[in-house]
Each structure stands twice: as structure tokens, then as C-alpha cells.
Design a protein. Structure first.
Length: 608
């Protein structure tokens, strides 16, 4: 029997590795931009065509590479970041594996132009599917220019599973934001299909956040800063009033590297306990600096999972820091100590003023019901009461006690009267509507019922474009990040069909000229921000319609605690049972429940 184990060719091994490192165009952008940062670039220019399907180009002004380094950089495990295993615990660069360029070259056509400062001529290198096509001298500026074309051209299955251009561009923007938020002192430029999406000039961290997400967003942030022997934490957390159902702006950075950490996320959320409604989230941008020897970033190829040596201790420091920031910077009513022009009120000093405290004299034996001897009831009568007051009521007929027409005593009449006078529905604690049915007692959640009713109404308006818009007397403006602006563009037809009237003002800013009729009193800026956040990642038009309709329904539905009269409860119940699904909300939560009559009887009989 022949041997069955053999070595895989380098091209196949590179494609396997690329499956972990290069998952979509956003992965290419992340790896190339991180390499540019590690190369000491001060200006990084990213050019995207067709959301990365056709071309991804990253140009930097870093230190560049020699002819030999340019060729060697595309080999697996070739890196300038580390030299031995111990270097993994003293990392100060974004990359260290030496797999990114090899993985990109295995699934795309790559062209590299690079030159060092001391070289007169640079190098031009072309690679396709891990094979070098050509390498020759070329005139180029100092730095590196990577151009990646036809991503996954040799892996059709991977290319087929790419999402729409809108979704892929949104993922590119998210990956881009995670890098630019770490390096506010660098200049980043992003173009897509010839249009400039981002031009972020060097500045402070708060300025960088304002440039990415809008100045209005940055005004809702509180500064955080603490330094201990264990770690250093700085950044910003949102005010309690900035909470949303789905934030999308929660960032942890450890030693300049973005990471996901659910355990630390709970530390931030716990600091807002009883300050925000349950299920809401606040934005935060937190930068944690620790000793590189106390963290392990070599867990996953994407390097977004990090293991800490002192995880619990950092959790406590993080939670205390956020609580302190909320307590110190949240607005509280200030005491006005300005006494200019106020009356001069003397201060009482019992020691030096020798003033006796006032005393109250009273008769402990006084009884108001005791009358003096010889007094009569007539003498005690007030003078305002006439002595002949009985004459005023003379001739008034007393009611007949046997008049059965006024108070029917018949048991059958009593039961009929009780049924006629009793309400059809009863509201319990401003949350539930209780109504009698044949099988027992039905309990309806008023908020969820209204969500279902409004959801189906909005879905019909989206399908038939029958919604009406209420124009605003004073239009409001709303600013989105580039990633959110891409999602909003995809949502615009749905928003217009449901009654929103938006017009672009430039710079990812839109004017809200009209809102759907019937949602007056709702903040349109917060509503649109929440709808865009929840619609991120939706692909199909029907799913997008459902997300828009559900977000709007949840925002304007009857809130818990609102008191309803019997007519309003009757209308709500009738509209609910006219819906296609009366049992569950669009998100799958139960709307109603029935307590059977037998259970009620068993409860009252003491058998349950």
C-alpha cells in the first residue's frame, strides 16, 4: 500500500491560510492600512472601486522596501516585526504574523510599487495567485503603493458569497474607522468610485471622533482618564441620555489595537445601572494601555480577541473609572451663591446673642366639649344661623322607602344592571389590558399589541406607497458617519415610502423636511439614528422594509404606563384581532395570554 500523506503545494497552503485572514474586501483594507501604519506613514490614501471587488489600492509615504524585501514580503511567515517567540510578548506593531500579504497574493492579482528614501529607483512587482509575474525597477515616490485587483478571482466559491456592494462598502468603512480612531495624529483619505468619503486630518482624539461621527455626536461624550500601576485607561463614554437600543459605537482599544471583549463591555454597562433603561446601550471609545507582556494577542488570525493576565482587576478599574466619569461630568443643578442685590438676612447666633427661645403657653385642662354651667344649645349656636331655620324645609316631602322603581331589588335585575355598568376592559398597572373571553380571562400587553398593529400598517404603506408625510415647520439636520450614510442611501426609498422627506446637505448630513403623519412628538433625529443603526447589515429589500417598519412601530407605540380609557382599549383590542398575527410581535415576543376559567375557579376554591 502506497503512502497517503503528502505536503500541500505552497499555493494551496496560502489559499487555506487566506480563508482565515482574508474573509472579504474589508480584510484586505485592514491588513494593508495596518502595514502602512507600521511602516511609519504619516499620510495614508485608500482608493476603493466597486466596494473592493474590482480594486483596492493603499498608498502610503512610509519608509518603503528594498527590491529583496519587496519580493520576500509576499512569502508566508515573512515579517520584519518579530524575530523570536519572546517578541510576541513585547509587540508594538499592528502586524506580526507575516501572513497578510501572502494570503492576499494567493487570492488576487497584486501590484506593488515601493521605494526607500535612500534609493534612487524603486521596485515594481506583480504577483497573481502566489506566483510572481514580473519584477522590475520603476520610478515611484518614497513609500509603498499596493494595488489589489480581482479579489477571489481564482476562488469562485468565495467570490460568489460576497454580499452586495453596499454591505461590503459598509464593512470596509467599519474596518477603516477602527484604525483611524487609534491614530488621530495621522492623515487618512478614503475614496470610493472616485468620490471622497473621508478626509481625516491630524488632530486630537475628540476631533477625530467628531470628524468620523459628527460634531453633534462628540458633544454627547464624557472624558475618561485614569492611570494605575496595572493599566492606563483614557477615552470617552456617552452620557446617559445618548443611550440607544443598538449603539454600534462601542470600541475597546488595547495598546493601539481594536478588540472585542464582552467581559469588559459588562463593566461599562454596569456603570450605567439605573441610569438608562434596560436593554439600552451607550457609545464609548476606551483606550487601555497595559504591559505587552501581560496580554496575548496571538489567539486569532484577525487579532480582535485578546487575553489578559489580570482581567478581573482591570475590570474593576474600568468599572470604577466609568462610574467616576459619569458622576463628575453629568450635569446637576448648581447652587447659586451670587448674593449681590439680595436682602441682608441676619444670622442667628444663640451663644452670643443671648436670645431666649420662644415658648408656647397652653391650658392642659381645657376641653372644648365642656360647656359652662347654665348655658344652652341655643346660646352656643352661631349668630349667623337663623333661629327659624326649620321653616325653610317645611313642606319638603320625604322619599318613600317602598318605591321599588328607584332601587330594584330583584336579583335578575341586579345582575343585568351590573353587566351593563361594568367596563368591557380593565387596565392593570398601565401595562396590561384584561378582558373576559369565553374560555377565561385574556391579558394583553398594550405596548406589544400596538407594535404589532403599527408594524402591519407600516408594512402595507411600504408595499403600496400610501403613506402621508407631515412637513416640519423648522427642518432639522442630522449627521451620519460614512458607514451609516451608506446604509441610509440604501434605506432612502423605504423611508420615503413610509413618509420621511430627507434631502442631502453634503458631508453625510441630511435635512429632515418631513416625517410620517401620526408620529408627532417623537424626536426625528434620534428615531432616524436608531433606524439606520438597526438596518445595518440588511441585504434584501423585504428584510429592509421589515426593519424600517419595526423600528418605527417600536418608537411610536403606546408606552408602558400610559392610562387608556375603555374606548381606547376597545379600539386597541379590535385592531389587534384584525392583524394577521395576534399572538406575537414581529420580534417574536408574546402579545397575549389567557387564564382559563377552570384555573380561576381552582384558585378561588383553594385547590390550585
Amino acid at each position: 500500500m502506497s503512502d497517503v500523506i503528502h505536503l500541500l503545494p505552497d499555493s494551496v497552503a496560502n489559499q487555506i491560510a487566506a480563508g482565515e485572514v482574508i474573509q472579504r474586501p474589508a480584510s484586505v483594507v485592514k491588513e494593508l492600512v495596518e502595514n502602512a501604519v507600521d511602516a511609519g506613514a504619516t499620510t495614508i490614501h485608500v482608493i476603493i472601486v466597486d466596494a473592493g471587488r474590482t480594486s483596492i489600492q493603499v498608498i502610503d509615504d512610509g519608509k518603503g522596501m528594498s527590491e529583496t524585501d519587496a519580493r520576500l514580503s509576499f512569502e508566508r511567515h515573512a515579517t520584519s516585526k518579530i524575530r523570536q517567540a519572546d517578541d510576541l510578548f513585547a509587540l508594538h506593531t499592528m502586524g506580526f504574523r507575516g501572513e497578510a500579504l501572502a494570503s492576499i497574493a494567493a487570492v488576487a492579482q497584486v501590484e506593488l510599487l515601493t521605494r526607500r528614501t535612500d534609493d534612487e529607483v524603486g521596485t515594481r512587482l506583480e504577483i497573481a495567485a502566489s506566483k510572481v509575474v514580473s519584477q522590475e525597477p520603476a520610478a515611484c515616490p518614497v513609500g509603498s503603493n499596493f494595488k489589489v485587483e480581482n479579489l477571489f478571482y481564482n476562488v469562485p466559491a468565495r467570490r460568489k458569497f460576497l454580499k452586495s456592494n453596499t454591505t461590503e462598502l459598509s464593512n470596509i468603512l467599519i474596518a477603516f474607522e477602527r484604525i483611524v480612531l487609534v491614530y488621530p495624529d495621522l492623515h487618512f483619505i478614503l475614496h470610493h468610485n472616485g468620490a471622497e468619503l473621508q478626509n481625516l486630518r491630524p488632530g486630537s482624539l475628540r476631533q477625530r471622533i467628531a470628524d468620523v461621527y459628527g460634531r453633534q455626536f462628540s458633544q454627547e461624550l464624557l472624558p475618561v482618564e485614569v492611570q494605575t500601576t496595572l493599566c492606563k485607561i483614557n477615552g470617552f463614554v456617552g452620557k446617559p441620555e445618548s443611550a440607544h437600543k443598538k449603539s454600534g459605537h462601542d470600541f475597546f482599544f488595547v495598546n493601539g489595537r481594536y478588540m472585542r471583549h464582552p467581559y469588559f463591555h459588562k463593566a461599562v454597562v454596569s456603570a450605567y445601572d439605573r441610569l438608562i433603561p434596560e436593554g439600552m446601550q451607550v457609545p464609548y471609545f476606551l483606550y487601555i494601555d497595559v504591559n505587552p507582556a501581560e496580554v496575548d494577542v496571538n489567539i486569532h488570525p484577525t487579532k480582535t480577541e485578546i487575553k489578559f493576565e489580570n482581567e478581573q482587576a482591570i475590570w474593576q478599574v474600568l468599572s470604577a473609572t466609568v462610574r467616576d466619569a459619569i458622576g463628575r461630568f453629568c450635569e446637576v443643578p448648581a447652587i447659586d451663591f451670587d448674593t449681590q442685590g439680595k436682602p441682608d438676612i441676619p444670622v442667628f447666633d444663640p451663644v452670643h446673642d443671648n436670645i431666649a427661645a420662644p415658648k408656647v403657653n397652653y391650658n392642659p385642662n381645657y376641653n372644648p366639649f365642656d360647656r359652662p354651667a347654665g348655658s344652652s344649645s341655643h346660646a352656643a349656636r352661631p349668630s349667623s344661623v337663623p333661629s327659624d331655620w326649620e321653616q325653610l324645609y317645611k313642606g319638603a316631602a320625604a322619599p318613600r322607602k317602598d318605591d321599588s322603581s328607584l332601587f330594584p331589588m330583584d336579583e335578575e335585575h341586579l345582575q343585568a344592571s351590573a353587566i351593563d355598568l361594568s367596563p368591557l376592559h380593565y387596565q392593570y398597572k398601565g401595562r396590561y389590558i384584561m378582558t373576559a373571553v369565553k374560555s377565561g380571562l385574556m391579558v394583553i400587553d398594550q405596548h406589544r399589541a400596538d407594535v404589532r398593529i403599527r408594524y402591519e400598517r407600516y408594512m402595507q404603506q411600504l408595499e403600496h406607497h400610501s403613506a402621508t408625510s407631515q412637513q416640519l415647520l423648522f427642518p432639522e439636520s442630522i449627521c451620519f458617519s460614512p458607514a451609516e450614510a451608506v446604509v441610509l442611501e440604501k434605506m432612502l426609498p423605504s423611508l420615503t415610502a413610509i413618509g420621511f422627506d430627507l434631502s442631502p446637505l453634503g458631508g453625510n448630513t441630511f435635512a429632515i423636511n418631513g416625517i410620517p403623519a401620526g408620529i408627532e412628538g417623537i424626536n426625528p433625529v434620534s428615531l432616524l439614528q436608531q433606524m439606520v443603526t438597526e438596518a445595518s447589515g440588511e441585504e434584501q429589500l423585504k428584510a429592509l422594509h421589515a426593519t424600517v417598519a419595526l423600528s418605527l412601530a417600536q418608537s411610536v407605540a403606546i408606552p408602558y404606563g400610559q392610562v387608556l380609557n375603555n374606548d381606547e382599549m376597545e379600539q386597541l383590542v379590535n385592531e389587534l384581532f384584525a392583524c394577521d398575527n395576534v399572538n406575537y410581535t414581529p420580534s417574536g415576543k408574546a402579545i397575549l395570554g389567557i387564564m382559563p376559567q377552570t384555573d380561576i375557579e381552582r384558585l378561588l376554591d383553594g385547590k390550585g
